[in-house]
Write a protein that binds this ligand. Structure first.
Ligand code: GLU
Length: 281
């Protein structure tokens, strides 16, 4: 926080805003320079509609494993939770959001891939997930079903959509939406036969109260998705700091607490914590 040439009015306004902050409103939307740490905010890209991973709650708070990872990492970088500004980064927007500097880092079910590494750098991985299918509870789609000709839904810019086109079912009728919640709505209405993406994401949706008993995961491991924390290309210093933070999160048990809390309700069988730099192909 810089205090150059503070006019009396500005000083009074500053005192007022500090008082407002101290009086505990959770509203930190414009308190970037008045936080108790005296520092700026850190802008973190997450998903807003993925229960158990990155979810914006009706009261405006955020929950999920990615949110917990991001909060731990931000803490290690010197930011208090009230200094974190969460910003929605949809699958197709992530590389651009980092390149433009809209966000400082991204923790948004963001798989590390060679193609993405041409545009961004990654710390991690911090979770290993697998592509799967979510179908209606009475669907006969299962292991061995030919998905070519089926109506599948995934998200633009995701590895899941790319994998369908490249290898899983190049002749499927693939609908690509902007978010997974739109695909889930399509599954519920019967517009699509299956939603395909990471099992971690699908399990979170299936466990939501409003969908209980309606959907099931096929249980296929169609790919390995190594979740990384995305940072701007070339920012090796931040990558190294985030890798240290992730290692610490695992070592001190915070990683285990976070997976249990966030994936427990969905009964998602998560893999053990990956080693930093260990990408499962
Ligand atoms: N993890 C995959 C990806 O990064 C699918 C989930 C997502 O779209 O965020 O593309």
């Amino acid at each position: 926080m810089k205090l150059r040439k503070v006019t009396a009015a500005a000083a009074a306004a500053l005192v007022l805003s500090l008082t407002a902050t101290a009086c505990g409103g959770d509203d930190d939307s414009d308190s970037a320079d008045t936080g108790s740490g005296g520092g700026d905010k850190i802008k973190v890209g997450i998903k807003y509609d993925q229960p158990g991973l990155g979810l914006k709650e009706p009261d405006g708070s955020f929950s999920g494993f990615d949110v917990d990872v991001a909060t731990f990492v931000a803490g290690e970088l010197g930011y208090e939770p009230n200094q974190i500004e969460f910003i929605e980064t949809k699958s197709a927007d992530r590389e651009n959001a980092l390149a433009r500097g809209d966000v400082d880092f991204i923790a948004a079910t963001y798989s590390i891939t060679d193609e993405r590494k041409e545009k961004v750098d990654f710390a991690g991985p911090y979770l290993l997930a697998h592509q799967d299918l979510l179908v209606k509870a009475d669907s006969d789609i299962a292991e061995g079903t030919d998905l070519n000709g089926k109506k599948l839904c995934s998200v633009t810019g995701s590895t899941s959509a790319q994998n369908v086109k490249d290898e899983i079912a190049p002749d499927a009728q693939l609908k690509e939406y902007g978010t997974y919640s739109e695909c889930i709505a399509g599954l519920q209405s019967g517009a699509v036969d299956a939603v395909t993406t990471d099992d971690s994401i699908l399990a979170g949706f299936a466990a939501q109260d409003q969908y209980k008993g309606q959907f099931k995961l096929a249980g296929l491991k169609l790919s390995n998705e190594n979740y990384g924390v995305g940072v701007k290309k070339g920012d090796t210093e931040t990558v190294n700091k985030i890798n240290d933070a992730l290692e610490k999160m695992v070592a001190d048990g915070a990683w285990e607490t976070a997976v249990k809390e966030n994936f427990g309700p969905a009964d998602y069988k998560y893999e053990q914590a990956p080693k930093i730099g260990n990408i499962v192909q």
